[in-house]
Design a binder for this molecule. Structure first.
Ligand code: NAD
Length: 317
């Protein structure tokens, strides 16, 4: 399976993984188990997805059944916004590892660079964006430097092999490098042909930070949330379908390959076993430079997932 070597540790991060956002709890353990059986080695989880316990059950069953060894898996999770303060980062990482039933994460990311007021996990977990009223959002004055220093301690303690960030702009990354003892190894961002993010991709390449694209299918995962911003499905646009028929591949495979061919990792979420296999088998062909260019030309800087700037529910911003 193709992988990208992370700069500090040299650890291989598979280029195609399985995203766990919106995988319902009752089917999550089987989904993860079957995905491992199908050949997936990377799982992209988060405290916010609310299914870490079930995902961990799937992993542990696969380990017990001898399908894989722990060191062959690459488990990613993320620290939620309400746990950015120095007294919470390690506590939450340990809680999340406990849910997964694991000793370490291969990669632990700061989910958003937006610190929110602490919510006691015994009161509500995962806490999501809003307060008890389901509407209000309360920011907290925890700078990224405080959170990042605690993330570095997770590496020192062996709780995370690699640490990284998500949903950050280039300017914040440049600032982080002024104080980071351990550089962010990975940046996970929304990236698809409607949002090609060329500048930050170039910046990260220069800085030795690997990129994971999320929402590789653009609006597809957002239709069910009415967060698609009226965008046409990327599975239906000519630039993608023409290339797909030429290569005898599905539009989904073309969209994934458009990223992985440039060493940008992807973590699509498939809702059934056939699609999971289809997505995993997306790296056995090459798009020509013209095909890559034609797909990239779809860029219109259309971002589906940017709560700080566009989600009207977060009116505080
Ligand atoms: P996605 O781009 O993976 O699209 C998912 C949608 O595409 C689902 O509706 C699914 O049924 C459909 N689909 C999957 N495979 C298909 C195929 N082969 N053919 C046709 N349809 C197919 O969307 P996503 O869930 O937004 O992103 C994937 C993962 O990225 C998430 O599960 C999560 O792990 C990660 N993510 C991270 C963040 C973050 O803030 N860091 C935000 C969003 C998503």
């Amino acid at each position: 399976m193709s992988a990208v070597a992370l700069a500090r540790t040299g650890q291989a991060m598979p280029l195609v993984g399985f995203g766990l956002w919106k995988v319902p709890r009752p089917i999550c353990a089987d989904t993860v188990y079957n995905a491992i059986k199908a050949g997936y080695r990377l799982f992209d989880g988060a405290g916010d997805y609310g299914n870490e316990k079930e995902a961990g059950e799937g992993v542990r069953r696969a380990l017990t059944d001898g399908l894989v060894k722990r060191e062959e898996l690459f488990i990613t999770s993320k620290l939620w916004n309400t746990f950015h303060a120095k007294e919470h980062v390690k506590v939450l990482a340990e809680k999340q590892l406990g849910l997964w039933g694991l000793d370490y994460f291969d990669l632990f990311l700061v989910h958003f660079p937006i610190a929110l007021a602490y919510v006691d996990p015994n009161h509500r977990y995962p806490p999501e964006w809003w307060g008890d009223d389901g509407k209000s959002v309360t920011l907290q004055d925890t700078p990224m430097q405080e959170t990042w220093t605690c993330m570095e301690e997770l590496v020192d303690l062996g709780l995370a092999k690699n640490i990284g960030i998500s949903n950050c702009q280039g300017s914040l990354i440049i600032d982080m490098l002024r104080y980071a003892r351990i550089k962010p190894q990975v940046l996970q961002i929304e990236l698809h042909p409607y949002l090609t993010q060329e500048a930050i991709v170039k910046l990260c390449k220069e800085l030795g930070i690997a990129i994971t694209a999320y929402s590789s299918f653009g609006p597809q995962g957002y239709y069910e949330l009415s967060m698609d911003r009226g965008a046409t499905s990327l599975f239906k646009v000519d630039a993608v379908t023409t290339v797909a028929s030429k290569h005898g591949k599905s539009p989904a495979q073309v969209l994934l390959r458009w990223a992985t061919q440039r060493d940008i990792a992807v973590v699509p979420k498939a809702s059934g076993p056939e699609r999971a296999v289809e997505n995993l088998k997306s790296d056995g062909f090459e798009l020509s430079a013209e095909e890559m260019k034609a797909i990239s030309a779809l860029n219109c800087d259309l971002r589906m997932n940017d709560p700080a700037d566009i989600d009207p529910r977060l009116g505080i911003f």
